[in-house]
Design a protein around this ligand. Sequence first.
Ligand code: SF4
Length: 260
Amino acid sequence: MYSKLRVYKSGIHLGEERIVAGNCNSGMVNFSGCHLACNFCYTPETSVEQLGQDFSTGEFAELLEELVVRGARNLNFISPSHVWAVAAPAVRRLKAKYGRRLPLILKTSGYERSGMLSSMAALGDIFVPDFKVWSTDVARACNLPADYGITAQSAIRQLLQTHGATQYTHDRKIASGVLVRHLMMPEHFDDSLAVIDALGEIGFRSYLNLMTYYYEPRSRRILNANPSQRDLLVARAEQLGMSVMVNGKPFQEQERKLYA
Ligand code: SF4
């Protein structure tokens, strides 16, 4: 049980998914440490080296207030699961003061159990869980728990029950809802298809953000997904009723590669 949490970076940023309310001026907090150890992690400075500064709950509440004073239109937490017990009371204080005027976005790993999700659902407005892999083989190959896929599916199913009905602001930004992120890895295309199908199976019809490139720490290269494979995934997700974004932006018709 942690008594402090560690913040790697915080500040006012443009949030990645522009369709989310407040992401023009997002109060981002990137926590240090992680409860997973994916071998494709592109932020080893947080997950492995655990760089950053420690905060008690009271100090963290002050940090959040400072972000609001500096113009944050939302609070945007990246990888909060392992420090949620310390962060939650601070969030409660801010929520008591600002309420729905300050949406809380929680970017989670997808590997959260039911009790933790219930606690998060009581405070979070917008959930952006990862759905990284589906099969046990690919999970093991990525150094994820073997039950990652089924756990992520069940976590997203639970979030759909509380936050499944997407709510919008007057300017059509998402004020409450569930957006799923999936990182395409070139060597695991079939598993990406299985992830999309697993989302379809639980009736997920919201926004899917496909991330198509990442910095691979071992090779120190940027790895890009094959555009044809990307288009196949987009087509499958759309067939199942999802709205697809690619790297945080709506997927444009003209970007599609048409092939026989
Ligand atoms: S969940 Fe995210 S931060 Fe944690 S090890 Fe995996 S990729 Fe890195």
